[in-house]
Design a protein around this ligand. Structure first.
Ligand code: AMP
Ligand code: TRP
Length: 332
């Protein structure tokens, strides 16, 4: 049986990268698969969060899921901290995770910066919590943006290490699903950096909640180069900004990158940016409007999360019991 699990951190500034790299793809997956989409608030607290903002951001991501087309009738939506199996399993799996594997994680190195000794343990063990999210549900497929590839490989290794230790096939080895034309959306200010919630410049990203005027302005100001758009992919080498904007366009338009290149070949950036602005507004504005409507009814959002919590608990508590028995922990 196929089961899909993925999550987004409630850390504010949901942007086009989150939408195109993750949430947009999830919407189509729920037609064919059993899906579980989580708001990973325990991952969020690996960096300092303001309590009030964290709570609000959790509801905001819930609203973004619904506004993007995630259907709570079909799909389980819940916040991670509401289901205790995630943290319990993290301990169990940490006993199967060699420190050397964690030392390779580039996200930890980036986030911890130079003062590694001051970094908190949670930031270091972040990928074990992520493996637990997935494995608590025995998920088989995990749709994410490209930046999560390394963490997913670690989840696969941890599942394999557990299975091998007990000669079992208890955990399916989860498959990454990294697809779409924008698996890595880059900053609008520098095509070599990932579009990110934490970039100091708000002009580096398009937030799902940006107004029409702001989207227009951000795209107008986006960094480009002085050349017209090329017709061949190889001519995009060393033109990361052009490649990024074309990728965003094709992902939003649901068209193949190569077809968009053909369509735009020879155009200068000012006319391409106009088309890109119109398309972005066309796709993002309805989501942002719906999100604001949902946010007016926080009780409804909480009700969705409560229902999701129950369903998530049912699945994960059974799995946790099986895992504990396998390890030999006495069940009373
Ligand atoms: P996060 O905001 O780190 O919780 O990420 C949530 C989801 O969005 C994950 O699946 C990420 O891989 C994806 N994501 C985040 N930033 C980008 C980006 N710039 N391009 C594509 N996908 C992204
Ligand atoms: N670490 C992921 C990110 O920052 C979010 C995440 C947490 C996740 N748990 C997950 C994604 C489980 C997929 C599956 O993007």
């Amino acid at each position: 049986m196929n089961r899909i699990f993925s999550g987004v951190q409630p850390t504010g500034n949901l942007h086009l990268g989150n939408y195109l790299g993750a949430i947009k793809n999830w919407v189509s997956l729920q037609k064919d698969f059993e899906c579980i989409f989580c708001i990973v608030d325990l991952h969020a607290i690996t960096i300092k969060q303001d309590p009030k903002e964290l709570e609000n951001n959790t509801l905001e991501v819930t609203a973004a899921y619904l506004a993007s087309g995630i259907d709570p009738e079909k799909t389980i939506i819940f916040n991670q901290s509401a289901v205790s199996a995630h943290t319990e399993l993290t301990w169990l799996l940490s006993c199967f995770t060699p420190i050397g594997w964690l030392n390779r994680m580039t996200q930890f190195k980036e986030k911890a910066g130079k003062k590694k000794d001051n970094a908190v343990l949670g930031l270091y063990s972040y990928p074990v919590l992520m493996a637990s999210d997935i494995l608590a549900y025995k998920a088989t497929h995990v749709p994410v943006g490209e930046d999560q590839k390394q963490h997913l490989e670690l989840s696969r290794d941890i599942a394999g290490a557990f299975n091998q230790a007990y000669s079992t096939d208890l955990f399916p080895i989860p498959e990454p699903q990294i697809f779409g034309e924008a698996t890595r959306v880059m900053s609008l200010r520098n095509g070599k950096n990932k579009m990110s919630k934490s970039d100091e410049s708000d002009y580096s990203r398009i937030n799902i909640t940006d107004t029409k005027d702001l989207i227009n302005l951000k795209i107008q100001k986006a960094k480009t180069d002085p050349y017209p758009l090329p017709s061949e992919k190889k001519e995009l080498e060393n033109r990361p900004e052009a490649e990024n904007l074309l990728g965003i366009y094709s992902a939003l338009k649901d068209e193949k990158f190569d077809d968009v290149m053909k369509e735009m070949s020879g155009k200068d950036f000012s006319s391409f940016k106009k088309l890109l602005s119109e398309l972005t507004i066309d796709k993002i504005e309805p989501i942002s409007k719906k999100m604001n409507d949902y946010l007016k009814n926080k009780d409804y959002l909480k009700k969705i999360l409560e229902e999701g919590k129950k369903k998530a608990n049912d699945i994960s508590s059974k799995n946790l019991l099986e895992i504990k028995k396998t390890i030999g922990l006495l069940i009373i």
